[in-house]
Design a protein around this ligand. Structure first.
Ligand code: IVH
Length: 676
């Protein structure tokens, strides 16, 4: 095939695939069989293999996902991404309408009502019709650049369907996970022993945060467009209705229902109607968004720093249902907390069947006077965890009986106490098992360690962890690193292959960055955000362990409570032992997020790699000197390395430095750089 023929054929294939994608994903009206579609797609990929220059950024092949990133870059939004004021009250909604009316001194107004999709706001920037940048909302002024992830989503057009596109068009809308995709994803995770997502919104957020777009491509995410940001080289639409119509012609999916209302009464009716319809939508909605239709009028209303004055979200109350409480069981968590759980007669509410609900704690049980056999009202908003709201007293049977809260841990029989974790909001409310070796706590800690936001060990979910603990193979996280293939493969439902995969996953986790380890340790008060904040401040785990509360509270976002929790955790000799064993197992204790205090030194902005034995300095001393001089130490040589500091017996790192042309220095030259 000649170059010209290939180009012609490529254009035809790309256009066909785009049209089929649009029909399937945006219009839910498939125009081709899966097999025939795959054939077209394969031909396109083959063609791009032979003629790589045909792989343009908007080719359908770009949806498969590119190379993983190590972190997301920040993007400044051309126009700020505001949030919406919201209310659950009809009265407040009416007040809002009157407020706007007053603001516009009684001009005739028209309102739009559209579904509030429960997902994540993103902005897509198109330049000359091509998608250039896609970003999260972030703090409204700057977000994360997640272009590669967004490109994998079929309802995000890679190019606008416009022969004469605007110079710049920012399209804003919501990334969401349809209900069917959410079910499938959670079923897969359960089968793989992974933690399930609490709701579609969390699943969508978790998916967009993944650094490997190939994994994102496997999540059936979708996009609804509902607003624009910067527009250049095209007339801005005059109303919301025109705006949505325009976005639709550009091949975006837009909210499937739109009401135009001229009065408060019409608004109330539309909101009610939407509530009736939304359960049939196939995705989560949590409210109605009311906007002024006319964009010129919006302009005159303006905005506060957080939200426009011309729009409001009316949120629907969580759905309730009545059912019978069959039994109360106790769940023991990672921190030993005993949580009472309602075992219910299955009932359908807010799109799914519910058979368990949380009862929070003993006090809550008493306060609501919940008894076994009672008829109860449960509440659930969409896919969130259901809760028991109250008892229907009129229906209480004569034999309903109060629940005897256990006096000992139902898992291990140990004493329980109302000890609060450092700082717990409801201090003294939660009963906790006092035995830190309680199997339920051990399981919880292991699952937490393996979780994606922590050490990210594939396969380390509920099912496998339960077996490991039951058979006494692993009793704490350090023991994971001593696990033998043969003992693992001997477990039920564990083949040689999955056993090997898990062992490999555990081994790979040794190199994880310090913040993951900190989060995985389950230090009270330290979630992902806190772990990252600590890892930015301290170069190594040992530095963190040496720190006192004043050093910790100096970190933004770390308060006294958190500082006390961290210091307290590290002062426990048992935790010291654990860390020592993790160190012996070869886990990485260095932080790649570490940002030395901006104190500029001769090595500010420089990255050095150490190799071999230096004549006078130990590795630790050299590292300390580098960091004190504003530099960073990295474990491997790359093009970004500024110097390789080499001693005797330097190995492959030296070779690599020479190959990449990275400057190699000895100790004397190093000390010279420092001016010492
Ligand atoms: S308009 C300046 N329309 O709700 C106004 N937002 O609680 C921009 N949302 O941040 C938002 N559906 O993520 C708008 N039809 C819709 C929406 C919608 C969902 C989200 C959006 C926003 C949040 C505010």
């Amino acid at each position: 095939m000649s170059q010209a023929e290939a180009q012609q054929r490529h254009a035809t294939l790309a256009a066909q695939i785009r049209a089929h994608d649009h029909a399937y994903y945006v219009e839910s009206r498939p125009t081709i069989s899966d097999a025939a579609y795959d054939t077209l797609y394969r031909e396109l990929l083959d063609l791009e293999k032979s003629f790589p220059e045909l792989t343009t950024p908007d080719s359908p092949s770009q949806r498969i996902g590119g190379i993983p990133a190590s972190e997301f870059a920040s993007v400044r939004h051309a126009a700020p991404m505001l949030s919406l004021d919201n209310t659950y009250s009809e009265g407040e909604m009416r007040e809002f309408v009157r407020r706007v009316q007053k603001l516009l001194s009684g001009e005739p107004l028209a309102w739009t009502v559209e579904p509030k999709i429960d997902g994540l706001a993103v902005t897509l920037r198109y330049e000359h019709g091509l998608l250039t940048v896609g970003a999260t909302r972030g703090d409204g002024a700057t977000g994360d650049d997640i272009t590669a992830n967004l490109k994998t989503i079929r309802t995000v057009p890679l190019r606008l369907a416009d022969a004469n596109p605007p110079v710049v068009l920012e399209v804003r809308g919501e990334i969401y996970l349809p209900a069917a995709g959410f079910k499938k994803l959670n079923a897969e995770r359960e089968a793989a022993g992974e933690e399930k997502f609490a709701n579609p919104r969390n699943a969508a957020a978790g998916s967009l945060k993944m650094l490997d777009p190939k994994l994102v491509a496997k999540r059936p995410l979708a996009f609804f467009a509902y607003a624009t940001g910067q527009i250049e080289g095209a007339d801005a639409p005059v109303t919301q209705q025109v705006l949505l119509g325009w976005l639709k012609t550009l091949s975006f999916q837009t909210p499937e229902k739109l009401w135009i209302c001229a009065s408060e009464e019409e608004l109330v009716a539309a909101i009610y109607e939407l509530d009736q319809l939304r359960h049939g939508f196939g995705y989560e909605t949590d409210g109605a968004v009311i906007k002024l239709n006319d964009l010129a009028q919006r302009e005159r209303c303006g905005a506060t720093s957080k939200a426009p004055r011309w729009a409001m979200a009316y949120k629907y109350a969580a759905e309730q249902a009545e059912t019978r409480l069959r039994a109360i069981t106790i769940q023991v968590g990672r921190t030993g907390a005993l949580t009472p759980v309602a075992e219910l007669e299955p009932v359908f509410v807010a799109g799914s069947t519910v058979s368990r609900a949380t009862l929070h704690n003993e006090e809550e049980l008493h306060r609501k006077d919940i008894r076994i056999g009672d008829t109860v009202i449960i509440e659930k908003a969409g896919e969130v965890i259901p809760a028991v709201v109250r008892v229907v007293l009129e229906k209480r049977p004569a034999d309903a009986r109060a629940f005897d809260f256990p006096k000992t841990c139902p898992e291990c029989g140990s004493k329980i106490a109302r000890t609060a974790l450092a700082s717990e909001a409801e201090a003294g409310v939660v009963w906790r098992c006092a035995n830190s070796d309680c199997p339920a706590q051990v399981r919880g800690r292991l699952e937490h360690w393996c979780a994606r936001g922590a050490m990210d060990i594939e396969g380390g979910g509920e099912a496998l962890v339960a077996q490991l603990v039951k058979h006494g193979l692993v009793l704490d996280v350090a023991e994971l690193y001593q696990l033998k293939l043969a003992e693992l493969a001997a477990l039920e439902r564990m083949g040689e292959k999955s056993a090997q995969n898990f062992i490999d996953g555990v081994a790979a986790s040794k190199a994880r960055d310090l913040w993951r380890l900190l989060h995985g340790l389950g230090i009270p008060q330290i979630g992902v955000g806190g772990a990252k904040a600590l890892a930015r401040k301290f170069a190594t785990l040992n530095d963190l362990m040496d720190a006192g509360a004043p050093e910790l509270t100096a970190i933004r976002d770390v308060g006294e409570i958190t500082a006390a929790a961290v210091v307290g955790w590290f002062s426990d000799p048992l935790n010291h032992k654990l860390i020592e064993r993790l160190g012996k197992a070869g886990l990485n204790f260095r932080s790649e997020l570490y940002q030395p205090a901006a104190a500029a030194g001769p090595l500010t902005g420089k990255t050095l790699v150490l190799t071999g034995t230096l004549p006078t300095l130990t590795r630790e001393q050299a590292t300390a000197k580098i960091e004190a001089a504003g530099g960073k130490v990295s474990g491997s040589v790359s093009k970004k390395t500024d110097y390789v500091l080499a001693g005797t017996d330097a190995g492959s790192k030296l070779e690599k430095a020479e190959k990449l042309g990275v400057k190699v220095i000895d100790e004397a030259a190093f000390l010279g750089l420092l001016g010492s």
